[in-house]
Design a protein around this ligand. Structure first.
Ligand code: FDA
Ligand code: NAD
Length: 435
């Protein structure tokens, strides 16, 4: 029915990486009509991190078009008009259900056929569902919410309005759990967080770091239940979940449930066609995959992390932006030599009045914690270094200034040598006290 449409360059996915790639294509001289972006979402690329933060605020909430890319890194805001002016075709509300990488064709759910010269896979991640763990009652009820895109965030807002001052159970004590838990509390809901790890954000935080946030959350009136998981979500006759049953035997009342139990790269379309590892698409240092003219960026890329001499996948926005720019630089190089991606991981979060940053790798044989971890302090400020074989591998800082965060980034990047842990601690203590 539809005639196939050809693009010299086609981006599959319309998230963070797609938006930053589009900007880079324009910078590198792409011509009108050469670039297309196909996305399941109904809006042009935006800064996804806003969804679990400003978007959920009770007042002055962030709304599109305010946070289209690239405002999250202090860049120009690319609104729909920008794409039009640059001759970039946005094919929105279009889910790709079949990809044939060898014949360079994509097919959408509604029958559109797209052909490409080069393809950039930027499909990001999808949420892991409680039903994936065999939890009963997950798929049936309309008040069990996940968070990945604007539509999901709008559903959370709707439930917050409908269940004013009600009870909400947040499942997961990772990024989504912490950020959404805080936002729900700011909206005056009674919040209980349940997670199956011994402490919050256990993938990154040490016990000492987590302890601060746990005490802080409790002081804000949030209930925390650790080391247990959800086994059943029990709905009433109206089809809404009212009860959350835990493995430890407890039962929690809930007006609605928000779940953040992790994400998986969205790569099922390419299974069996391309080299992959643990769900990620294998790339080189310029994000080329095992197939000619096919690239993968952002959450889906399993790429050589030069600094650690290891293949890694990173599910964070800074890498989504930078991998996108690097891939496009390579695609448009026209014979020019492009340096391979050289990256030090950077993660961050903001909740309530708190704000932390982490640079590097949270590995090693020792950690050094410094500063004031009293959650009652007017401005708590503390940090942590991870040390391996006498070198700083990672650095964490809560409440740091731009300059201090830069210093931490620098240490993780250059892997500063550490002679004496006591000395490192004393020096760090002096620095946080004086600033
Ligand atoms: P992204 O998920 O942004 O985009 C993927 C796009 O592909 C989507 O538009 C999707 O609809 C589309 N797509 C997928 N399959 C498709 C198909 N078959 N057909 C058509 N379209 C398809 N990180 C961080 O460092 N700091 C932070 O504060 C946050 N905060 C945060 C909040 C929330 C709520 C989430 C969900 C995530 C974060 N992150 C984050 C993580 C960060 O947002 C994430 O790493 C990047 O968005 C990844 O960018 P990508 O472009 O790879 O995927
Ligand atoms: P996560 O991996 O950060 O956290 C998962 C949490 O769920 C952990 O606390 C874990 O203990 C818990 N959990 C897992 N299975 C469980 C079960 N069966 N019952 C109870 N608890 C269980 O994942 P997330 O918070 O869902 O984040 C999803 C994605 O969004 C990730 O890619 C993340 O990087 C991204 N994100 C990042 C940020 C940020 O960087 N600030 C913010 C939001 C989202």
């Amino acid at each position: 029915y539809y005639l196939p449409k050809f693009f010299k360059y086609l981006i599959l996915g319309g998230g963070v990486a797609a938006g930053y790639a589009a900007r880079e294509f324009v910078k590198q001289g792409v011509k009108p009509g050469e670039l297309g972006i196909v996305s399941e979402e109904s809006v042009t690329p935006y800064e996804r991190p806003a969804l679990s933060k400003g978007y959920l605020f009770p007042t002055n909430a962030a709304r599109l078009p305010e946070f289209h890319v690239c405002v999250g890194s202090g860049g120009e805001r690319l609104d729909p008009k920008w794409y039009e002016e640059k001759g970039i075709e946005l094919i929105l509300n279009t889910k790709i259900v079949e990809a044939s990488l060898h014949s360079k064709t994509l097919r959408s759910e509604n029958g559109i056929i797209l052909r490409f010269g080069a393809l950039i896979i930027a499909t990001g991640s999808r949420v892991i569902k409680l039903s994936d763990f065999g939890v009963e009652g997950d798929d049936q009820a309309k008040n069990i919410l996940y968070l990945r895109d604007v539509k999901d965030a709008d559903k959370i807002i709707e439930e917050m309005r409908d269940k004013k001052n009600g009870k909400v159970v947040v499942v997961g004590g990772g990024y989504i759990g912490l950020e959404v838990g805080a936002a729900l509390k700011l909206n005056n809901l009674s919040v209980t967080m349940v997670y199956n790890d011994p402490w919050l954000m256990s993938r990154l935080f040490t016990k000492e770091i987590a302890e601060f946030y746990e005490r802080y959350y409790m002081s804000r009136g949030i209930n925390l239940i650790n080391e247990t998981s959800v086994i059943e979500l029990e709905a009433d006759s109206s089809g809404e979940v009212k009860k959350v049953k835990l493995k430890n035997g407890r039962e929690l009342e809930a007006d609605f449930v928000v779940v953040g139990v992790g994400a998986r790269p969205s790569t099922s379309l390419f299974q069996g066609q391309i080299e992959m590892s643990r769900g990620g698409i294998k790339t080189d240092g310029l994000f080329k995959t095992s197939i000619d003219d096919v690239y993968a960026i952002g959450d889906v890329a399993w790429f050589p992390m030069k600094i650690y001499n290891e293949m890694r996948r990173v599910e964070h926005v800074d890498h989504a932006r930078k991998s996108a720019m690097k891939a496009v630089e390579g695609i448009m190089a026209k014979g020019k030599v492009v340096e391979e991606y050289d990256y030090v991981p950077y993660f961050y979060s903001r909740v309530f009045d708190l704000s932390w940053r982490f640079y590097g790798d949270n590995v090693g044989d020792a950690t050094v914690v410094f500063g004031n971890r009293n959650p009652g302090a007017k401005k708590p400020k503390f940090g942590c270094y991870w040390i391996k074989d006498g070198r700083i591998m990672g650095g964490f800082l809560e409440g740091g200034s731009d300059e201090e965060n830069k210093a931490i980034q620098n240490m993780a990047w250059h892997q500063h040598k550490v002679e004496d842990l006591q000395e490192l601690k004393a020096k760090a203590e002096r620095t946080v006290v004086h600033n």
